[in-house]
Each structure stands twice: as structure tokens, then as C-alpha cells.
Design a protein around this ligand. Structure first.
Ligand SMILES: [Zn+2]
Length: 130
């Protein structure tokens, strides 16, 4: 079952949501009720492949021989993972993949998409169920 992470820009907390059923569901912040939660893509950070979530997403064989500094190889892998998990790349991820394909520095892009930015803390209440 996929767990998505969302950061609330108002109270600067990160929440994990266990998502069942249809995707693309909009979540409200459990703390302040803000509807402006921002999806966090840390689970796509390939350098953190030791994370169990990522291992669930992709066969580790996908990573063998992967050059993490080759943006086009990363883009191919991300497209492959999206196909295999049946999870559509949303607009933000598509932009990242397209920029990788045009040869942009993966580290820079990871900064852009990885995490919600400075000032966020993980909410200790852990995973929330929809
Ligand atoms: Zn909030």
C-alpha cells in the first residue's frame, strides 16, 4: 500500500498518508485543516535507495549499473518505475523527468523536488489513514 508524504506549508509539519483506493486524492492538514498540503517526493530520491519504500517500488535490479550522475539514465529509470508501479507521473514529476532528459544536473533537481524545504519537521503522530 502506498504511503505518500505531504508537508503543510502553514504549520510546517510533514505527514505520511496511507492511501487506499483512487489516487489523486486531496488531503487536508490534520493539524490546522489547511488544504494546501504539498506532496513530498523524497521517496523518489534515488540516492536513498536503501529506503524500504523504494525497494517496494522497484526491483533492485533496476538500479544495478545505474549511473546516478547521468541525468538521462535517471529519467529512464523514473519513467520505468512509473510504468511498473502503474503510478502516473504528475505534472511536477514530469517536469523533473523532462529536465533530466535535457541533461540537467540530477543533484540540483533533487533539491528542487526533494523534501518540502527548510523548516519542516516530521509530525510524531506518524502515518495517518485516510
Ligand atoms: Zn497544517
Amino acid at each position: 500500500m502506498p504511503i505518500y508524504e505531504y508537508g503543510c506549508p502553514k504549520c510546517r509539519k510533514i505527514f505520511s498518508f496511507l492511501v487506499r483506493g483512487p489516487r489523486k486524492k486531496k488531503f487536508r492538514c490534520p493539524r490546522c485543516g489547511s488544504a494546501g498540503l504539498k506532496r513530498i517526493y523524497s521517496s523518489f530520491a534515488l540516492t536513498r535507495s536503501e529506503e524500504s519504500r523504494l525497494e517496494n517500488l522497484a526491483d533492485p535490479a533496476n538500479f544495478s549499473g545505474l549511473d546516478e550522475n547521468d541525468p538521462r539514465a535517471l529519467a529512464r529509470l523514473m519513467r520505468k518505475m512509473a510504468r511498473e508501479t502503474g503510478e502516473e507521473l504528475d505534472a511536477e514529476m514530469r517536469e523533473v523527468v523532462e529536465r533530466l532528459e535535457s541533461g540537467e544536473d540530477p543533484e540540483k533537481l533533487e533539491e528542487m523536488m526533494g523534501g518540502a524545504g527548510p523548516g519542516y519537521t516530521r509530525d510524531p503522530s506518524g502515518t495517518l489513514y485516510e
